[in-house]
Design a protein around this ligand. Structure first.
Ligand code: HEM
Ligand code: NAG
Ligand code: NAG
Length: 366
């Protein structure tokens, strides 16, 4: 089963290329580190204390103010560090949002995605082809976690570090700042096999598989469409959607649902893989890749523009079209709903209390 999935992924990634003998200059493997200089050291707290916090209340065993006694400044430390990092690395917030999604959908929000080694010796989640080089941000969490360790050794879990970072990142990207829920504990193992067991979506999936996965994780179809609005920030590399602009379903023609101007725009950036010019750059999902706005949905409605096949499905089903239309028409509504559904995502099957541990460094268990 596991093997079959790996073969499927490999096929998916490599059937996009016309010239099968061509060696691709990239591939899946251990995630590369983002090449960003260390942010300058300072303890400036960038958070605007006067900004109204939207109250999340309680969510299961998670709660606002969890580190009130053990690390009262935790959220400010995260905010200060992330503000610095995002100055030099504008992709940081997109990296982190995706990292959290991939963490939470596999077992739960337990920072299992961050482990480089599992005590069991098994292959870890992050080494899976399902995550691969395309999943970035683990080193951002290293930086932020080390700032937390300086001030509150052993207090704040890696899963909360990631959750606080995403929460703060969403504020930096334009959403109202919310108080973050804390209390997640870190896993003491990470298994690639679980990531590969139908817990992470592939960009060539049909809508039914997407719906099945998100429903299994406790989300409605509406919530799935709202979460996919995360594709308002960040980018996708050419190879994950190349098929649509050059060789859709092996027709050697672009996807007919993509209008010609969109195909042209994308072909400008993504050269035909059969040519020597072929590179694999990242392409921004929309024209405002650092802002959590509703341009992702607007582009769909006004231009039929999507990069991923899975995103395009949303324009093609009576259950999802009305949600896309609604979100395209009301940015404030999407931002509000997105923040709410992200709370749900970041609370998925968390370990709390005395389960798991609070890791000292996020790449290894204590
Ligand atoms: C059917 C569901 C989904 C599929 C198939 C999917 C697939 C992808 C793919 C292929 C990329 C591009 C990776 C790359 O080339 O670097 C991507 C990027 C991204 N995804 Fe998704 N995704 C899905 C749902 C989600 C959800 C639910 C979230 C978060 C709530 C999310 C957040 C992101 C973000 C922020 C990026 C940009 C990452 C960056 O620029 O570093 N995705 N996704
Ligand atoms: C929830 O987490 C526990 C470990 O904390 C794990 O054993 C269980 O399989 C997880 N549930 C799901 C649906 O992944
Ligand atoms: C988008 O695609 C649909 C169906 O393929 C088509 O009916 C519609 O006219 C297209 N809209 C634009 C703006 O291209």
């Amino acid at each position: 089963m596991k093997m079959a999935s790996i073969i499927l992924v490999t096929l998916f990634l490599f059937n996009l290329v016309f010239v099968p003998s061509m060696a691709l200059p990239f591939g899946f493997g251990f995630p590369g580190d983002y090449d960003q200089q260390q942010p300058p050291q300072d303890n400036e707290q960038n958070q605007d204390k006067n900004q109204k916090l939207v109250n999340d209340g309680n969510n299961g065993n998670l709660r606002v103010g969890f580190y009130k006694d053990s690390c009262p400044n935790a959220e400010n430390i995260v905010a200060g560090a992330l503000a610095e990092i995002s100055k030099t690395n504008p992709n940081a917030i997109a990296n982190l949002i995706r990292l959290q999604f991939h963490d939470c959908f596999v077992v739960g929000c337990d920072a299992s995605i961050l482990l480089d080694y599992s005590p069991t010796g098994d292959k870890v989640e992050k080494s899976s082809m399902f995550n691969g080089q395309l999943l970035k941000g683990a080193d951002i969490i290293d930086d932020i976690k080390s700032k937390l360790e300086e001030q509150c050794p052993g207090a704040v879990s890696c899963s909360d570090t990631l959750a606080f970072s995403v929460n703060e990142g969403m504020a930096i990207a334009g959403l109202p700042r919310r108080a973050a829920l804390g209390g997640r504990r870190d896993s003491i193992y990470s298994l690639a096999s679980v990531a590969e067991d139908n817990n992470l979506p592939m960009p060539n999936w049909p809508l039914e598989k997407m719906v099945e996965l998100f429903t299994r994780k406790g989300f409605t179809i509406e919530e799935m469409v709202i979460l996919l609005g995360a594709h308002s920030v960040g980018s996708a590399h050419c190879d994950v959607f190349m098929e649509r602009i050059y060789n859709f379903a092996n027709t050697r023609k672009p996807d007919a649902t993509l209008p010609t101007p969109v195909v042209n725009e994308l072909q400008q950036i993504c050269q035909n893989p059969g040519t020597p010019q072929f590179r694999n750059p990242p392409v921004n999902f929309d024209e405002t890749p650092t802002v959590l706005d509703n341009l992702f949905y607007k582009n769909m409605i006004t231009r039929n523009k999507t990069l991923l096949i899975t995103d395009a499905h949303l324009l093609n089903d009576p259950r999802t079209i009305p949600v896309v239309q609604q979100m395209a028409g009301d940015e404030g509504l999407w931002q509000k709903r997105f923040a709410e559904v992200m709370v749900k995502l970041s609370s998925l099957n968390v370990s709390t209390g005395t389960d798991g541990e609070v890791r000292k460094t996020c790449r290894s268990t204590n």
